[in-house]
Each structure stands twice: as structure tokens, then as C-alpha cells.
Design a protein around this ligand. Sequence first.
Ligand SMILES: [Zn+2]
Length: 121
Amino acid sequence: MKHRKTPRWVSAALAKPGEAPFPLPPAEGGIEQFPEHVPWGVPIFQMSNWWLTVNCICGEKQVPLRLLAARIGWRITLREVVPFLRCATCRERPSNVQLVDNPTGDNGRFGAKTKRLQLRP
Ligand SMILES: [Zn+2]
């Protein structure tokens, strides 16, 4: 496990929009309550309304988990994907990864703040 090469699909998932081998999970029907603790073992399709905020030297990227599920599979968990995330531009592992409920802070509830959980480092 430690010396396994980064699966190509993980960097591809962060790279370009384009062909997705899986259908998009429904936008509705995911877990509604943003958790207090990182849901490492939950399949990402159940978090289809949340995002990953990923930082590397190239800047910050917002990765919708719904799109990630369409690229790499609905049943992948954060535990499986986060350690293998790699920027397609600089090829580095991200310095910072967060699970967020909505990166813009505009989630329809007036005054509601973006909720975040630290995934990496
Ligand atoms: Zn980068």
C-alpha cells in the first residue's frame, strides 16, 4: 500500500473536465447534515453536494465530490482517495485538502458560513 503508485485516475480526476466513465450521482439525496468528524469511510456519492478544496503551488481548486464520483466511482471513500490526490499540473501532492459544504459560502441559508473539515495535512 505504501509504495503503490498513484492511480492515474486520481490525478485525472483533478485535471480536466471531460469524459466521465460513471454517471453523475443525483444532486439530491446525499447526507444532509455536514458532519463534525471526517466521514472517512462514507462512499463519496453520499456526499454529492459537498466539495473538496485542494491547495498546491498552482493555487486552490474546488473539486465537487459529485464530479469526482463520476470520474473515479461512486463507492470510493475519502480514506481511499485523499492520500492519492495529486495535481495534474505540478504533479505534487496537495499541501492542504478540506471537505467543505459549499466553497462559495452561498448555500441558500442567509448568513450561513461554509463548513470545513481538514483532511490533509
Ligand atoms: Zn499544482
